[in-house]
Design a protein. Sequence first.
Length: 421
Amino acid sequence: QASAPTKGSPRVPRANFQDVKRSPTFMVGSAQQRGMLEQFQKREQHFTEEYQKNKPLCFSARAYQQTHPAKVRMGYKDADATLTSPMLLGVCDGVSQLEEFNMDPSLLPQEILRICEELAMLQLMPDMPVSPQDAYRGPISLLKEAYQASESFGSTTVLLAALDNGTRIHGKLHPMIAVLSIGDCELLMLRRTNGRPSDLEAVFHTEMQRIDYNVQTPLQLARVDERIDEDFDESIALEVIEKGSAVHCVSAYEGDILILGSDGVFDNLFLDEIVEICNEILRPGKTVDFVPTTPAILSQVAQRIVKDSHAKSDAKGGQFLDTPIGKGGKVDDTSVVVAEIVEWTEAHKEIWSQVRQKRKWKSVLSCGGMQCGGAATSSCSNACQADDDEDRRAKAKSRGPEHESEYSESDDEEKPGCSIA
């Protein structure tokens, strides 16, 4: 590369145009630029309107998981776990192989997500008092605290998405999603970038973490004993969280769709296939005003994604279908969380304040010196049951006559907290 000419030195001639075989930049005409500027303006106006609403947001989510029929025939247990709560989503894919060492591979994924949800309820709920020791310090700190509070043995990949309403830009509330990934679970974010009537488009996607790019050796968070590794130390797991976590922060807007899935989803479905499923079921609104998607529709999307993932490993006419890892994909447990970002309302606040108080009460207090649930504490058990009934009535009241609550307890897959099928 020629150096810049000094004062008094001869000017270095530029290369002749005929010597340039291919230019990396092309001239753009005025008409093209004008049209592009109009598109930029419309898109900027759309997001400016969302930004100026200045309101806290939360997740409305549904999860679905299913063991692959081939693994059922082999007798393996489903070791996946999912989390659907207002401020935190999660997917953990446990290592089923640990059953060969007489370990339950589902325990650690379930426990990790349960504790993460409890911490998120303390740290991330909008308009609720938070003590300094409970302040949110990011997803890495949250996962470290959850791991240190857990006791189960196992090994699992981890994917978390935390919705933080504490971020402000130029004095205005600007909700952000912090995504943490250890291993090969992935997250895909979709948005109607051209306004409410437009189709969903992919705007963000995480990448999997695999050792030597092997589909069977993802980075994992583990706790094992001498049956697996005599030299295991929990400091290794903490180091995996601190140094191995891939963390991303993205802006959150009302109406955004998040797909969190295990490798059973993203090893079998191409991204455009997932986007196509979402656009087929989540049709755009006919007005510019946002209308939240009903929980039943979100469940439909989740079930369709799992169904199509499993279909890839079934030969049709003697031919396997193409997947991101080759024809036929992977025979695996498959779990997915489908979430929509909606406004955090007084109804959400009322419901989750009651849930938070009930859990705190059950974990801290005792009745007559004895923990709830014993045979000699029927009055206490009745009181606990009354609290449960009151919570259900509050949730039913928030649903109204036409819409099911996004955190309905109608089945095991759709209740608040850790949703384990």
